[in-house]
Design a protein around this ligand. Structure first.
Ligand SMILES: N[C@@H](CCC(=O)N[C@@H](CS)C(=O)NCC(=O)O)C(=O)O
Length: 261
């Protein structure tokens, strides 16, 4: 690994374009007008593991007979759309997915995928158990995914697939943690059919979007072999079962409308 001498004060070196790329500051970088459709829900997103949680949720609600009309727009995070003024108005954290419920007066802005799923589950009383035990267990695994997922995405996935060079130290560290998480899910799913118990819930949607896709080798090419995915048979069986759900298939195929002409 390249030797690195810590400076006294870290300084950002701008290797990025004017609009895209992360910076050590938050807030909008340019004026932007996002399209707004007629549907009660306006979703600004992209089909990443966090983004598909929202479209799968909407499609699951539709399958359950809920009248949940939504418009979905493409936020190209590579182009820096998430740093435009209208998007930042909805999500000051500049990450997809971001949702507006314009059936509320004034309109309601919802960001963080977990918050979006919980909001929709509570609003329509679906995909979250009503009894205290089931509900709490669903929340446990919902929050667990939001906290644990970044070790997989920002940790394992980043160093396995995207970092400019392969570095043993971070790959060892995040592979170990990812495998620990998979083992935890495998043990949990060895005892029950769904993440939080006997029912399919929002905890399955958020976890499948990361761990289901990971074990099905749909996230980082070659990672299924590298992680020895066959040693997590319960996760694999659950991942394949969820992938067959009509709403999941539809959620992955949703057409995103452009935000620019
Ligand atoms: N904790 C957030 C994470 C959202 C997130 O990291 N979104 C990524 C795409 S999967 C993003 O928008 N990245 C753009 C950027 O970092 O500039 C959530 O669950 O909604």
């Amino acid at each position: 690994m390249t030797a690195y001498e810590l400076p006294k004060v870290w300084k950002w070196e701008d290797e990025n374009s004017d609009l895209g790329g992360n910076r050590p500051t938050a807030g909008s970088r340019f004026e932007q007008t996002l399209p707004v459709g007629e549907a009660p829900f306006q979703l600004y997103s992209l089909a990443t593991p966090n983004g598909i949680k929202a479209t799968i949720m909407f499609e699951e609600l539709k399958e359950l007979g809920v009248d949940v009309d939504y418009d979905v727009y493409l936020i190209n995070i590579g182009d820096g759309d998430q740093f435009g003024s209208d998007f930042v108005e909805i999500n000051p954290n500049s990450k997809i997915p971001a949702l507006v419920d314009q059936s509320q007066e004034p309109r309601l802005e919802i960001f963080e995928s977990g918050s979006i799923l919980l909001y929709l589950a509570e609003k329509f009383n679906k995909l979250i158990p009503t009894d205290i035990h089931g509900r709490t267990e669903t929340m446990n695994w919902l929050f667990w995914q939001i906290g644990a997922g970044p070790y997989v995405g920002g940790g394992f996935g980043h160093f396995f697939a995207y970092a400019p060079e392969k570095m043993k130290y971070p790959i060892d560290r995040f592979t170990m943690e990812t495998k620990r998480q998979l083992d935890l899910l495998d043990k949990t799913l060895g005892k029950r059919p769904y993440i939080a118990g006997e029912e399919y819930t929002i905890a399955d949607i958020v976890n499948w979007s990361w761990y289901g896709r990971l074990v099905l080798d749909d996230l980082y090419e070659g990672s299924a072999e590298f992680l020895d995915i066959d040693s997590y048979p319960n996760v694999l069986e659950w991942a394949r079962r969820i992938a067959e759900r009509p709403a999941v298939k539809k959620g992955l195929e949703v057409e995103y409308k452009p935000i620019k002409d």
